[in-house]
Write a protein that binds this ligand. Structure first.
Ligand code: UD1
Ligand code: CA
Length: 453
Protein backbone atom coordinates (compact mmCIF):
# COMPACT_ATOMS: atom_id res chain seq x y z
CA UNK A 1 0.00 0.00 0.00
CA UNK A 2 2.54 2.55 -1.18
CA UNK A 3 4.59 2.16 1.99
CA UNK A 4 1.78 3.43 4.25
CA UNK A 5 1.65 1.82 7.68
CA UNK A 6 -1.57 0.26 8.93
CA UNK A 7 -3.24 -0.76 12.18
CA UNK A 8 -6.23 -3.08 11.88
CA UNK A 9 -8.62 -3.24 14.82
CA UNK A 10 -10.83 -6.33 14.99
CA UNK A 11 -13.96 -5.94 17.14
CA UNK A 12 -15.06 -9.12 18.88
CA UNK A 13 -16.44 -8.04 22.24
CA UNK A 14 -20.15 -8.15 21.40
CA UNK A 15 -22.39 -10.59 23.23
CA UNK A 16 -23.84 -12.05 20.08
CA UNK A 17 -27.13 -12.51 21.94
CA UNK A 18 -29.06 -12.87 18.67
CA UNK A 19 -27.32 -16.24 18.14
CA UNK A 20 -29.15 -17.60 21.23
CA UNK A 21 -26.15 -19.83 21.88
CA UNK A 22 -23.85 -20.34 24.83
CA UNK A 23 -20.59 -19.98 22.95
CA UNK A 24 -19.37 -16.50 21.99
CA UNK A 25 -20.53 -15.52 18.51
CA UNK A 26 -17.07 -15.18 16.98
CA UNK A 27 -16.20 -18.76 17.97
CA UNK A 28 -18.93 -20.30 15.82
CA UNK A 29 -17.42 -22.12 12.85
CA UNK A 30 -18.01 -21.72 9.15
CA UNK A 31 -16.15 -24.00 6.73
CA UNK A 32 -14.28 -25.60 9.62
CA UNK A 33 -12.85 -22.38 11.01
CA UNK A 34 -14.16 -19.92 13.61
CA UNK A 35 -15.57 -16.59 12.44
CA UNK A 36 -12.75 -14.72 14.15
CA UNK A 37 -10.10 -16.97 12.56
CA UNK A 38 -11.50 -16.21 9.10
CA UNK A 39 -11.28 -12.50 9.78
CA UNK A 40 -7.79 -12.75 11.29
CA UNK A 41 -6.53 -14.75 8.30
CA UNK A 42 -7.70 -11.99 5.94
CA UNK A 43 -6.21 -9.31 8.20
CA UNK A 44 -2.90 -11.20 8.41
CA UNK A 45 -2.74 -11.44 4.63
CA UNK A 46 -3.52 -7.74 4.23
CA UNK A 47 -0.55 -6.90 6.47
CA UNK A 48 0.23 -4.39 9.24
CA UNK A 49 -0.23 -4.34 13.01
CA UNK A 50 -3.34 -5.93 14.54
CA UNK A 51 -5.34 -5.16 17.68
CA UNK A 52 -8.27 -7.31 18.78
CA UNK A 53 -10.98 -6.07 21.17
CA UNK A 54 -12.58 -8.83 23.25
CA UNK A 55 -15.19 -8.87 26.00
CA UNK A 56 -14.08 -9.37 29.59
CA UNK A 57 -13.74 -12.96 30.76
CA UNK A 58 -13.54 -14.20 27.19
CA UNK A 59 -10.47 -16.38 27.67
CA UNK A 60 -11.72 -18.71 24.95
CA UNK A 61 -11.78 -15.87 22.42
CA UNK A 62 -8.33 -14.70 23.53
CA UNK A 63 -6.97 -18.24 23.12
CA UNK A 64 -8.35 -18.46 19.60
CA UNK A 65 -6.84 -15.07 18.66
CA UNK A 66 -3.45 -16.12 20.04
CA UNK A 67 -3.60 -19.40 18.15
CA UNK A 68 -4.26 -17.72 14.81
CA UNK A 69 -2.28 -14.50 15.21
CA UNK A 70 0.09 -14.63 18.20
CA UNK A 71 1.42 -11.13 17.45
CA UNK A 72 -1.97 -9.42 17.85
CA UNK A 73 -2.41 -6.93 20.72
CA UNK A 74 -5.43 -7.75 22.83
CA UNK A 75 -7.65 -5.12 24.45
CA UNK A 76 -10.53 -5.89 26.79
CA UNK A 77 -13.77 -3.94 26.54
CA UNK A 78 -15.33 -4.30 30.00
CA UNK A 79 -18.81 -3.14 29.03
CA UNK A 80 -20.33 -3.30 25.55
CA UNK A 81 -21.21 0.30 24.90
CA UNK A 82 -21.05 0.32 21.13
CA UNK A 83 -18.69 -0.11 18.21
CA UNK A 84 -16.93 3.27 18.63
CA UNK A 85 -16.47 2.60 22.35
CA UNK A 86 -14.95 -0.78 21.42
CA UNK A 87 -12.54 0.83 18.94
CA UNK A 88 -11.43 3.29 21.61
CA UNK A 89 -10.44 0.51 24.01
CA UNK A 90 -7.54 0.06 21.57
CA UNK A 91 -6.55 3.71 22.15
CA UNK A 92 -2.88 2.91 23.02
CA UNK A 93 -2.50 1.15 19.66
CA UNK A 94 -4.26 3.97 17.76
CA UNK A 95 -2.03 6.52 19.52
CA UNK A 96 1.01 4.91 17.90
CA UNK A 97 -0.46 6.62 14.81
CA UNK A 98 -0.22 4.36 11.84
CA UNK A 99 -1.01 6.09 8.52
CA UNK A 100 -4.22 4.09 8.18
CA UNK A 101 -6.53 2.60 10.81
CA UNK A 102 -8.87 -0.13 9.57
CA UNK A 103 -11.77 -1.41 11.67
CA UNK A 104 -13.24 -4.82 10.91
CA UNK A 105 -15.85 -6.84 12.75
CA UNK A 106 -15.18 -10.32 14.04
CA UNK A 107 -18.60 -11.39 12.75
CA UNK A 108 -17.93 -10.67 9.06
CA UNK A 109 -15.98 -13.79 8.05
CA UNK A 110 -16.10 -13.67 4.26
CA UNK A 111 -14.14 -10.47 3.84
CA UNK A 112 -11.07 -10.74 1.60
CA UNK A 113 -7.60 -9.33 2.25
CA UNK A 114 -7.72 -7.43 -1.06
CA UNK A 115 -10.87 -5.60 0.08
CA UNK A 116 -9.16 -4.49 3.29
CA UNK A 117 -6.37 -3.05 1.16
CA UNK A 118 -8.72 -1.36 -1.32
CA UNK A 119 -10.58 0.27 1.54
CA UNK A 120 -7.40 2.17 2.42
CA UNK A 121 -6.81 3.60 -1.06
CA UNK A 122 -9.04 6.73 -0.67
CA UNK A 123 -7.11 7.65 2.52
CA UNK A 124 -3.93 7.99 0.46
CA UNK A 125 -5.86 10.49 -1.67
CA UNK A 126 -6.84 12.60 1.36
CA UNK A 127 -10.16 11.14 2.57
CA UNK A 128 -10.58 10.94 6.35
CA UNK A 129 -12.97 7.97 6.33
CA UNK A 130 -13.80 5.15 3.92
CA UNK A 131 -16.76 2.91 4.46
CA UNK A 132 -17.44 -0.41 2.80
CA UNK A 133 -20.95 -0.49 1.33
CA UNK A 134 -23.13 -3.01 -0.46
CA UNK A 135 -26.58 -3.25 -2.03
CA UNK A 136 -28.50 -5.43 0.42
CA UNK A 137 -31.16 -7.83 -0.82
CA UNK A 138 -32.69 -7.49 2.63
CA UNK A 139 -31.35 -4.38 4.38
CA UNK A 140 -33.03 -5.16 7.71
CA UNK A 141 -30.63 -4.69 10.61
CA UNK A 142 -27.92 -2.87 8.66
CA UNK A 143 -26.96 0.80 8.88
CA UNK A 144 -27.99 2.77 5.76
CA UNK A 145 -25.54 4.91 3.77
CA UNK A 146 -26.89 8.42 3.24
CA UNK A 147 -25.30 9.92 0.14
CA UNK A 148 -25.59 13.36 -1.44
CA UNK A 149 -24.20 15.15 -4.48
CA UNK A 150 -20.68 15.16 -3.05
CA UNK A 151 -20.50 11.63 -1.72
CA UNK A 152 -21.18 9.98 1.60
CA UNK A 153 -22.83 12.24 4.19
CA UNK A 154 -23.73 9.96 7.10
CA UNK A 155 -24.63 6.43 8.19
CA UNK A 156 -27.97 5.93 9.89
CA UNK A 157 -28.53 2.89 12.11
CA UNK A 158 -31.83 1.17 11.43
CA UNK A 159 -33.26 1.96 14.86
CA UNK A 160 -32.65 5.67 14.29
CA UNK A 161 -33.68 5.83 10.63
CA UNK A 162 -36.77 7.58 9.22
CA UNK A 163 -39.06 5.61 6.88
CA UNK A 164 -37.44 7.30 3.88
CA UNK A 165 -33.96 6.37 5.14
CA UNK A 166 -35.05 2.78 5.78
CA UNK A 167 -36.00 2.50 2.11
CA UNK A 168 -32.31 2.94 1.19
CA UNK A 169 -30.76 -0.39 0.17
CA UNK A 170 -27.13 0.79 0.10
CA UNK A 171 -25.93 -0.52 3.47
CA UNK A 172 -22.94 -0.30 5.76
CA UNK A 173 -20.86 -3.48 5.71
CA UNK A 174 -19.29 -2.39 8.99
CA UNK A 175 -15.72 -2.15 7.76
CA UNK A 176 -14.20 1.27 7.96
CA UNK A 177 -10.83 2.87 7.29
CA UNK A 178 -9.80 6.06 9.07
CA UNK A 179 -6.87 8.38 8.42
CA UNK A 180 -4.49 7.61 11.28
CA UNK A 181 -3.76 11.25 12.10
CA UNK A 182 -7.50 12.05 12.37
CA UNK A 183 -8.72 8.83 13.96
CA UNK A 184 -8.65 9.83 17.63
CA UNK A 185 -9.99 13.34 16.95
CA UNK A 186 -12.97 11.81 15.13
CA UNK A 187 -13.57 8.91 17.54
CA UNK A 188 -13.44 11.14 20.63
CA UNK A 189 -16.27 13.26 19.23
CA UNK A 190 -18.70 10.36 18.95
CA UNK A 191 -21.57 10.50 21.49
CA UNK A 192 -24.27 8.08 22.56
CA UNK A 193 -27.30 10.18 21.63
CA UNK A 194 -29.27 7.51 19.78
CA UNK A 195 -31.97 4.88 20.22
CA UNK A 196 -29.59 2.31 21.75
CA UNK A 197 -27.60 4.77 23.90
CA UNK A 198 -24.44 3.36 22.34
CA UNK A 199 -21.32 4.94 20.86
CA UNK A 200 -21.74 4.20 17.17
CA UNK A 201 -18.64 3.97 15.02
CA UNK A 202 -20.88 4.86 12.12
CA UNK A 203 -21.14 8.45 13.42
CA UNK A 204 -17.51 8.90 12.29
CA UNK A 205 -18.79 9.76 8.81
CA UNK A 206 -20.98 12.75 9.79
CA UNK A 207 -18.24 13.96 12.15
CA UNK A 208 -15.59 13.84 9.42
CA UNK A 209 -17.95 15.78 7.14
CA UNK A 210 -18.44 18.41 9.88
CA UNK A 211 -14.67 18.67 10.08
CA UNK A 212 -14.71 19.50 6.34
CA UNK A 213 -13.07 16.18 5.50
CA UNK A 214 -14.04 13.75 2.75
CA UNK A 215 -15.77 10.42 3.33
CA UNK A 216 -15.77 7.76 0.61
CA UNK A 217 -17.73 4.56 -0.05
CA UNK A 218 -16.23 1.44 -1.56
CA UNK A 219 -19.04 -0.72 -2.87
CA UNK A 220 -18.73 -4.49 -3.05
CA UNK A 221 -20.73 -7.71 -3.33
CA UNK A 222 -23.03 -8.56 -0.46
CA UNK A 223 -21.63 -12.09 -0.19
CA UNK A 224 -18.29 -10.82 1.01
CA UNK A 225 -19.61 -8.73 3.87
CA UNK A 226 -22.47 -10.71 5.31
CA UNK A 227 -22.58 -9.86 8.99
CA UNK A 228 -23.51 -12.79 11.17
CA UNK A 229 -25.95 -12.07 13.96
CA UNK A 230 -28.23 -15.13 13.85
CA UNK A 231 -27.98 -18.88 13.28
CA UNK A 232 -29.76 -18.35 9.95
CA UNK A 233 -27.10 -15.90 8.82
CA UNK A 234 -24.41 -18.33 9.98
CA UNK A 235 -25.90 -21.00 7.72
CA UNK A 236 -26.10 -18.54 4.81
CA UNK A 237 -22.45 -17.61 5.26
CA UNK A 238 -21.56 -21.30 5.25
CA UNK A 239 -23.37 -21.74 1.94
CA UNK A 240 -21.64 -18.72 0.41
CA UNK A 241 -18.23 -19.90 1.58
CA UNK A 242 -18.81 -23.43 0.30
CA UNK A 243 -19.59 -22.03 -3.15
CA UNK A 244 -16.30 -20.13 -3.05
CA UNK A 245 -14.25 -23.12 -1.86
CA UNK A 246 -15.77 -25.54 -4.38
CA UNK A 247 -15.16 -23.13 -7.25
CA UNK A 248 -11.52 -22.73 -6.18
CA UNK A 249 -11.07 -26.53 -5.97
CA UNK A 250 -12.56 -27.05 -9.45
CA UNK A 251 -10.30 -24.29 -10.80
CA UNK A 252 -7.29 -26.08 -9.30
CA UNK A 253 -8.05 -29.27 -11.24
CA UNK A 254 -10.09 -31.29 -8.75
CA UNK A 255 -12.92 -33.38 -10.25
CA UNK A 256 -16.27 -33.34 -8.46
CA UNK A 257 -19.37 -34.64 -10.19
CA UNK A 258 -21.67 -33.09 -7.60
CA UNK A 259 -19.73 -30.25 -5.98
CA UNK A 260 -22.90 -28.99 -4.29
CA UNK A 261 -22.83 -32.09 -2.06
CA UNK A 262 -19.18 -31.79 -1.05
CA UNK A 263 -18.36 -29.82 2.13
CA UNK A 264 -14.90 -28.32 2.34
CA UNK A 265 -13.00 -26.53 5.08
CA UNK A 266 -11.28 -23.23 4.46
CA UNK A 267 -7.90 -24.96 4.83
CA UNK A 268 -8.66 -28.11 2.79
CA UNK A 269 -5.78 -28.76 0.38
CA UNK A 270 -6.56 -30.87 -2.68
CA UNK A 271 -3.93 -31.78 -5.26
CA UNK A 272 -4.28 -32.04 -9.02
CA UNK A 273 -6.34 -34.87 -10.48
CA UNK A 274 -7.97 -35.58 -7.15
CA UNK A 275 -11.45 -37.03 -7.62
CA UNK A 276 -14.13 -36.41 -5.02
CA UNK A 277 -17.33 -38.34 -5.39
CA UNK A 278 -20.67 -36.93 -4.17
CA UNK A 279 -21.39 -36.47 -0.46
CA UNK A 280 -17.98 -36.13 1.10
CA UNK A 281 -17.26 -33.94 4.16
CA UNK A 282 -13.87 -32.40 4.89
CA UNK A 283 -13.30 -31.16 8.44
CA UNK A 284 -10.33 -28.91 9.18
CA UNK A 285 -6.72 -29.82 8.44
CA UNK A 286 -7.09 -32.21 5.51
CA UNK A 287 -4.52 -32.60 2.73
CA UNK A 288 -5.22 -34.85 -0.25
CA UNK A 289 -2.35 -35.39 -2.63
CA UNK A 290 -2.38 -35.76 -6.41
CA UNK A 291 -4.56 -38.34 -8.04
CA UNK A 292 -6.21 -39.65 -4.87
CA UNK A 293 -9.88 -40.64 -5.02
CA UNK A 294 -12.27 -39.93 -2.16
CA UNK A 295 -15.42 -41.96 -2.65
CA UNK A 296 -18.93 -41.12 -1.57
CA UNK A 297 -20.05 -40.67 2.05
CA UNK A 298 -16.57 -40.41 3.48
CA UNK A 299 -15.73 -38.06 6.35
CA UNK A 300 -12.18 -36.73 6.70
CA UNK A 301 -10.85 -34.62 9.54
CA UNK A 302 -7.20 -33.70 10.21
CA UNK A 303 -6.05 -36.39 7.78
CA UNK A 304 -3.34 -36.63 5.12
CA UNK A 305 -4.09 -38.73 2.04
CA UNK A 306 -1.10 -39.65 -0.13
CA UNK A 307 -0.78 -39.74 -3.90
CA UNK A 308 -3.09 -42.10 -5.71
CA UNK A 309 -4.71 -43.43 -2.53
CA UNK A 310 -8.36 -44.51 -2.58
CA UNK A 311 -10.61 -43.79 0.35
CA UNK A 312 -14.19 -44.96 0.89
CA UNK A 313 -17.02 -45.20 0.15
CA UNK A 314 -18.12 -44.76 3.78
CA UNK A 315 -14.64 -44.26 5.25
CA UNK A 316 -13.83 -42.17 8.29
CA UNK A 317 -10.40 -40.58 8.62
CA UNK A 318 -9.91 -38.87 11.97
CA UNK A 319 -7.15 -36.51 13.13
CA UNK A 320 -3.67 -37.91 12.73
CA UNK A 321 -4.60 -40.37 9.99
CA UNK A 322 -1.72 -40.39 7.51
CA UNK A 323 -2.12 -42.49 4.38
CA UNK A 324 0.89 -43.09 2.14
CA UNK A 325 0.73 -43.32 -1.61
CA UNK A 326 -1.61 -45.87 -3.21
CA UNK A 327 -3.10 -46.93 0.12
CA UNK A 328 -6.60 -48.43 -0.07
CA UNK A 329 -9.10 -47.68 2.67
CA UNK A 330 -12.50 -49.17 2.03
CA UNK A 331 -16.00 -49.06 3.46
CA UNK A 332 -16.69 -48.74 7.18
CA UNK A 333 -13.03 -48.32 8.03
CA UNK A 334 -12.07 -45.79 10.71
CA UNK A 335 -8.50 -44.55 11.09
CA UNK A 336 -7.25 -42.33 13.91
CA UNK A 337 -3.68 -41.25 14.86
CA UNK A 338 -2.24 -43.87 12.58
CA UNK A 339 0.17 -44.02 9.70
CA UNK A 340 -0.72 -46.38 6.90
CA UNK A 341 2.33 -46.75 4.71
CA UNK A 342 2.51 -46.95 0.93
CA UNK A 343 0.37 -49.57 -0.74
CA UNK A 344 -1.15 -50.98 2.46
CA UNK A 345 -4.84 -51.89 2.47
CA UNK A 346 -7.73 -52.08 4.90
CA UNK A 347 -10.71 -52.65 2.71
CA UNK A 348 -13.62 -53.37 5.03
CA UNK A 349 -15.03 -52.85 8.53
CA UNK A 350 -11.89 -52.02 10.47
CA UNK A 351 -10.72 -49.71 13.26
CA UNK A 352 -7.07 -48.67 13.23
CA UNK A 353 -6.12 -46.27 16.03
CA UNK A 354 -2.74 -45.27 17.50
CA UNK A 355 -0.94 -47.51 15.05
CA UNK A 356 1.44 -47.94 12.16
CA UNK A 357 0.55 -50.19 9.27
CA UNK A 358 3.70 -51.00 7.29
CA UNK A 359 4.02 -50.71 3.53
CA UNK A 360 2.05 -53.25 1.55
CA UNK A 361 0.40 -54.82 4.62
CA UNK A 362 -3.10 -56.23 4.28
CA UNK A 363 -5.56 -55.72 7.10
CA UNK A 364 -8.51 -58.07 6.80
CA UNK A 365 -12.19 -57.30 7.30
CA UNK A 366 -13.24 -56.74 10.88
CA UNK A 367 -9.76 -56.15 12.29
CA UNK A 368 -9.72 -53.98 15.40
CA UNK A 369 -6.75 -52.40 17.13
CA UNK A 370 -7.78 -52.56 20.78
CA UNK A 371 -5.92 -49.37 21.65
CA UNK A 372 -7.71 -48.41 24.84
CA UNK A 373 -7.62 -50.39 28.08
CA UNK A 374 -10.07 -48.10 29.84
CA UNK A 375 -7.29 -45.93 31.25
CA UNK A 376 -4.64 -45.25 28.62
CA UNK A 377 -4.09 -45.53 24.86
CA UNK A 378 -1.50 -48.00 23.53
CA UNK A 379 0.16 -48.47 20.15
CA UNK A 380 -0.10 -51.22 17.61
CA UNK A 381 2.67 -51.73 15.09
CA UNK A 382 2.03 -53.81 12.00
CA UNK A 383 5.13 -54.55 9.91
CA UNK A 384 5.58 -54.16 6.20
CA UNK A 385 3.91 -56.85 4.13
CA UNK A 386 2.13 -58.37 7.14
CA UNK A 387 -1.24 -60.08 6.65
CA UNK A 388 -3.88 -59.72 9.34
CA UNK A 389 -6.62 -62.30 8.93
CA UNK A 390 -10.24 -61.16 9.14
CA UNK A 391 -11.93 -60.46 12.45
CA UNK A 392 -8.74 -60.22 14.46
CA UNK A 393 -8.32 -58.16 17.61
CA UNK A 394 -4.83 -56.72 18.09
CA UNK A 395 -4.60 -55.94 21.80
CA UNK A 396 -2.18 -53.02 22.19
CA UNK A 397 0.61 -52.53 23.00
CA UNK A 398 1.52 -55.14 20.42
CA UNK A 399 3.76 -55.62 17.38
CA UNK A 400 3.26 -57.79 14.35
CA UNK A 401 6.60 -58.22 12.55
CA UNK A 402 7.31 -57.67 8.87
CA UNK A 403 5.79 -60.31 6.65
CA UNK A 404 4.03 -62.12 9.51
CA UNK A 405 0.59 -63.72 9.25
CA UNK A 406 -2.19 -63.50 11.82
CA UNK A 407 -4.85 -66.18 11.49
CA UNK A 408 -8.49 -65.12 11.09
CA UNK A 409 -10.42 -64.52 14.26
CA UNK A 410 -7.29 -64.16 16.42
CA UNK A 411 -6.97 -62.22 19.62
CA UNK A 412 -3.31 -61.15 19.53
CA UNK A 413 -1.92 -60.14 22.90
CA UNK A 414 1.79 -60.92 22.39
CA UNK A 415 4.21 -59.67 19.76
CA UNK A 416 4.40 -61.73 16.57
CA UNK A 417 7.92 -62.23 15.14
CA UNK A 418 8.62 -61.34 11.51
CA UNK A 419 7.54 -63.95 8.97
CA UNK A 420 5.80 -66.05 11.67
CA UNK A 421 2.20 -67.25 11.76
CA UNK A 422 0.23 -66.47 14.91
CA UNK A 423 -3.15 -68.00 15.62
CA UNK A 424 -4.77 -66.51 18.66
CA UNK A 425 -7.90 -68.62 19.09
CA UNK A 426 -8.90 -72.05 20.42
CA UNK A 427 -8.89 -74.97 18.00
CA UNK A 428 -12.17 -75.78 16.31
CA UNK A 429 -14.06 -78.63 17.94
CA UNK A 430 -16.28 -80.92 15.83
CA UNK A 431 -18.77 -83.34 17.38
CA UNK A 432 -20.08 -85.72 14.72
CA UNK A 433 -23.86 -86.27 14.79
CA UNK A 434 -24.39 -83.91 17.71
CA UNK A 435 -27.11 -81.80 16.07
CA UNK A 436 -29.05 -84.82 14.90
CA UNK A 437 -29.07 -86.28 18.42
CA UNK A 438 -30.29 -82.97 19.77
CA UNK A 439 -33.22 -82.88 17.39
CA UNK A 440 -34.16 -86.45 18.23
CA UNK A 441 -34.31 -85.56 21.92
CA UNK A 442 -36.56 -82.52 21.43
CA UNK A 443 -40.36 -82.75 21.74
CA UNK A 444 -42.12 -82.85 18.31
CA UNK A 445 -43.08 -79.17 17.85
CA UNK A 446 -39.66 -77.73 18.74
CA UNK A 447 -37.75 -79.78 16.18
CA UNK A 448 -35.63 -77.69 13.88
CA UNK A 449 -35.32 -80.16 11.08
CA UNK A 450 -32.97 -79.31 8.22
CA UNK A 451 -34.66 -79.11 4.81
CA UNK A 452 -34.88 -82.45 2.96
CA UNK A 453 -32.52 -82.65 0.01
C1 UD1 B 1 -23.02 -2.83 12.74
C2 UD1 B 1 -23.06 -1.39 12.21
C3 UD1 B 1 -24.07 -1.31 11.06
C4 UD1 B 1 -23.66 -2.28 9.98
C5 UD1 B 1 -23.49 -3.69 10.53
C6 UD1 B 1 -22.84 -4.58 9.50
C7 UD1 B 1 -22.56 0.14 14.06
C8 UD1 B 1 -23.14 1.06 15.08
N1 UD1 B 1 -23.44 -0.49 13.28
O1 UD1 B 1 -24.31 -3.14 13.27
O2 UD1 B 1 -24.10 -0.01 10.51
O3 UD1 B 1 -24.61 -2.28 8.94
O4 UD1 B 1 -22.65 -3.71 11.69
O5 UD1 B 1 -22.73 -5.91 9.91
O6 UD1 B 1 -21.36 0.05 13.94
N2 UD1 B 1 -18.82 -4.92 19.19
C9 UD1 B 1 -17.92 -4.78 20.23
N3 UD1 B 1 -18.27 -4.02 21.29
C10 UD1 B 1 -19.46 -3.36 21.37
C11 UD1 B 1 -20.37 -3.50 20.30
C12 UD1 B 1 -20.02 -4.29 19.22
O7 UD1 B 1 -16.83 -5.34 20.19
O8 UD1 B 1 -19.66 -2.66 22.37
C13 UD1 B 1 -18.42 -5.77 18.04
C14 UD1 B 1 -19.28 -7.01 17.89
O9 UD1 B 1 -18.68 -8.10 18.54
C15 UD1 B 1 -19.30 -7.21 16.38
C16 UD1 B 1 -19.16 -5.82 15.83
O10 UD1 B 1 -18.62 -5.01 16.87
O11 UD1 B 1 -18.19 -7.99 15.94
C17 UD1 B 1 -20.47 -5.23 15.33
O12 UD1 B 1 -21.40 -5.20 16.39
P1 UD1 B 1 -22.92 -5.62 16.16
O13 UD1 B 1 -23.64 -5.45 17.43
O14 UD1 B 1 -22.98 -6.93 15.49
O15 UD1 B 1 -23.37 -4.44 15.17
P2 UD1 B 1 -24.60 -4.46 14.17
O16 UD1 B 1 -25.84 -4.17 14.92
O17 UD1 B 1 -24.56 -5.66 13.34
CA1 CA C 1 -23.25 -7.54 13.34
Amino acid sequence: MGGRTCLTIVLAAGEGSRMRASRPKVLHPVAGRTLIAHVLEAVKQAGGAVAVVVGSGRDDVVAEVKRVLPAADIFVQEEQRGTAHAVLTARPAIARSADDVVVVFGDTPLVRASTLQQLRAPLARGAAVTVLGFQAKDPAGYGRLITGADGLLAIREEKDASDAERAITLCNAGLMALAGDQALAILDRIEDRNAKREYYLTDAVAIARNMERQAAVLEIEEDEVRGINTQGQLAEAEAALQLRLRAAALDAGVSMTAPETVYLSADTRLGRDVVIEPYVVFGPGVVVEEGAVIRSFSHLDGAHVGKGARVGPFARLRPGAKLGSDVRIGNFVEIKQATVEAGAQANHLTYIGDARVGAGANVGAGTITCNYDGVAKHRTDIGAGAFIGSNSALVAPVKVGDGAYVGSGSVITDDVPADALAIGRGRQVVKEGWAKRLRAALPGGKKNTPPQR
